[in-house]
Design a protein around this ligand. Structure first.
Ligand code: SF4
Ligand code: ZN
Ligand code: ZN
Length: 307
């Protein structure tokens, strides 16, 4: 059996996008993905010509793809600036390697890299927290602390935007996860762009939110990026794993399922925004970060750890 040919140039195809019924050679695939990210950025008005973007770079395929794509885009906007922020959660044998990969990638691209650690910011590490039986998974703590660490570093740098590398799969998994946790507020907060109309909190953007995970992997692979492929030893969220498997099965049987879920969620967010606008967020009484409550999640968690 011969391989399919590229729909756009007739070269040998390396990938078929089932949800669109088109095949790509390596070159056309990379071009199509870059164009798609460009369109996402424009559609959601994610970037301005003079932004200083703080990009969260972990050393994984998603963040290295994002960093490379934003650098490509930046060449058209001489007044913009990009700084990488890497977070050291304190996960022995895992994060050390990823940080080194991130460091080398930033060096190669000529991007300044700032590293912040949970140890310095919160006085603890994910390895330590995982042994404390705190009633939540290490990922729960880790995710909340990472958001806070990136926010702190971005503010310190004087950045105007924070870019994170969440892909389509991350996004729709999180939607279902939050629905199953009964938390509509979080469904709203995980939108592709989260901006505070009062300008008190830094705008967060997710330029890869419309790219399926397997396409990010393929892009990183075809681009020859060196990225960390080892999984985190604490990353075993049972519910998220079930949701991931369910969504992958649905996508396989019904191509386009993930996009449909994302679009439906976008519509729901618009409705939710009318009843609970982001502008109504409070400042955490302890640290000043945005929160719908009196204390932000990170401060609540830090209180629980200290008690
Ligand atoms: Fe943190 Fe969980 Fe990711 Fe590991 S898998 S780095 S614990 S969020
Ligand atoms: Zn082609
Ligand atoms: Zn707080």
């Amino acid at each position: 059996m011969t391989n399919p040919t590229c729909t756009y140039c007739s070269a040998e195809a390396v990938y078929t996008r089932d949800y669109e019924g088109v095949s790509f050679c390596s070159k056309c695939f990379r071009h199509a993905l870059e164009e798609k990210v460009r369109r996402t950025i424009t559609r959601h008005d994610m970037l301005q010509f003079d932004d200083h973007v703080a990009v969260a770079v972990s050393g994984g395929k998603d963040s290295l793809t994002l960093l490379n794509l934003l650098i490509k885009l930046e060449t058209h906007f001489p007044m913009s600036k990009i700084t990488a922020i890497s977070v050291d959660e304190g996960i022995k044998g895992y994060r050390d390697e990823a940080l080194e990969i991130a460091r080398k990638a930033c060096e190669k691209l000529g991007v300044e890299q700032v590293v912040v650690s949970y140890r310095d910011l919160f006085g603890t590490t994910v390895d330590e927290l995982s042994g404390m039986h705190l009633g939540q998974t290490p990922c729960s703590y880790c995710g909340v602390f990472r958001r806070k660490a990136i926010n702190r570093a971005a503010v310190m740098l004087g950045a105007t935007k924070i870019a994170t590398a969440h892909n389509l799969d991350d996004e729709v998994q999180t939607v279902l996860l939050n629905m199953l946790h009964g938390d509509p507020w979080r469904v709203m907060r995980s939108s592709p762009v989260l901006r505070d109309p009062r300008g008190k909190f830094l705008t967060r953007i997710k330029p890869l939110c419309e790219i399926p995970e397997k396409e990010v992997v393929l892009y990183a692979y075809l681009s020859g990026f060196d990225f960390q492929s080892v999984a985190c030893p604490h990353g075993n969220e049972a519910l998220r794993n079930d949701i991931r498997n369910f969504l992958n099965q649905m996508e396989w049987k019904h191509p386009g399922t993930k996009f449909t879920l994302q679009k439906t969620t976008e519509k729901l967010r618009e409705l939710l925004e009318r009843t609970a606008p982001v502008s109504q967020l409070n400042e955490c009484a302890k640290c000043g970060d945005p929160t719908p409550h009196q204390l932000c999640e990170a401060c609540l968690m830090l209180n629980a750890i200290a008690s």
